[in-house]
Write a protein that binds this ligand. Sequence first.
Ligand SMILES: C[S@@+](CC[C@H](N)C(=O)[O-])C[C@H]1O[C@@H](n2cnc3c(N)ncnc32)[C@H](O)[C@@H]1O
Length: 321
Amino acid sequence: MRLLVFALLSLLLLPCWWVGVWLYIVPVWRQRGKVSGTTYEPFTTRLLMHLIGTRDDPLIAQLAGHLPACSPSTLRWFILPQVWICKVSGFIPTPLRFPPPEHASLNCLVSARCEFLDRSLSKHLPHCKQLVILGAGWDTRAYQADASLDLFEVDAPATQAVKRRAIKDSGIPHDHVHFVPCDFESQRWLDALTDHGFNPELPTYVHWEGVTMYLERAAIESTLDQFSQLPQGSILALDYLAEKWLHHTTGGRLTKFMVNAFYGEPFRSGLPADTDSLLKPFGLRILRHQRLHAPGKPPYGGLLTLARRIEPDHKINMQSP
Ligand SMILES: C[S@@+](CC[C@H](N)C(=O)[O-])C[C@H]1O[C@@H](n2cnc3c(N)ncnc32)[C@H](O)[C@@H]1O
């Protein structure tokens, strides 16, 4: 019944949605190749989850309305009608449920990684002195974290410039956040951070969400290598797509084609099924590993919380997640 009401209301508001889609697409395409467009995908999902009431993210609603493809008009025509439909019908589409289903198919990738990474952050951040968000996009976590921590957002320069403007316009307090422009393909983020007041001697939590797939394998390995130079107690949490799924299945190839065609941001790499063999040379160990797959299907990706291998005089909290 709920699904029926949801479908009928969606049909009724189709003209609204049609206008809204263009309000979203045009600014994304105007900045294509300069500012990341894919970062609107997780942002929009988190925004909808917050507005529907499945996942709390108080600052995301404050930031929405200040981004080029999420202007007040986009909110009015595209986002709010979807929220209204969910609330009136009582039906929440699977990708917006939080926590996500146990076996999350590809359409639940954002909520699945969000839940894993939220849990990892709240468990390990209290034991760290600094928070680094690599490829921050429109993420609002840094603004919600303990302001006594040193917080660093690292992103491609043009995307970060848009974020800084939006954060300023939205009035979100951000004096405690250091913005560090860096291209992961050509620069070492650790060096860029150090130039912006980062202390490489302190245990650090590194959050790396929705980025590995856009990088060449060498840039992923470089990040693992740089992380391995941080002190014991540091944590790296990330999501990835499976190499085999991405390059050798119809679903993977089709997804890669569609993301590239729409946003002009190709999925370049997946991680191998034997994740250990990738991590071992960098002296890293897995604290938690969750493979992502639809029921009965091979994995299309995974979620990882990593730490350095323990040296004899150091203890780390081993409980999951
Ligand atoms: C899909 S978005 C994810 C954003 C954010 N982490 C989130 O989950 O909302 C990908 C992010 O990776 C960044 N990125 C991709 N390739 C990059 C590169 N070579 N150097 C720096 N940042 C990069 C983009 O600028 C963008 O912010």
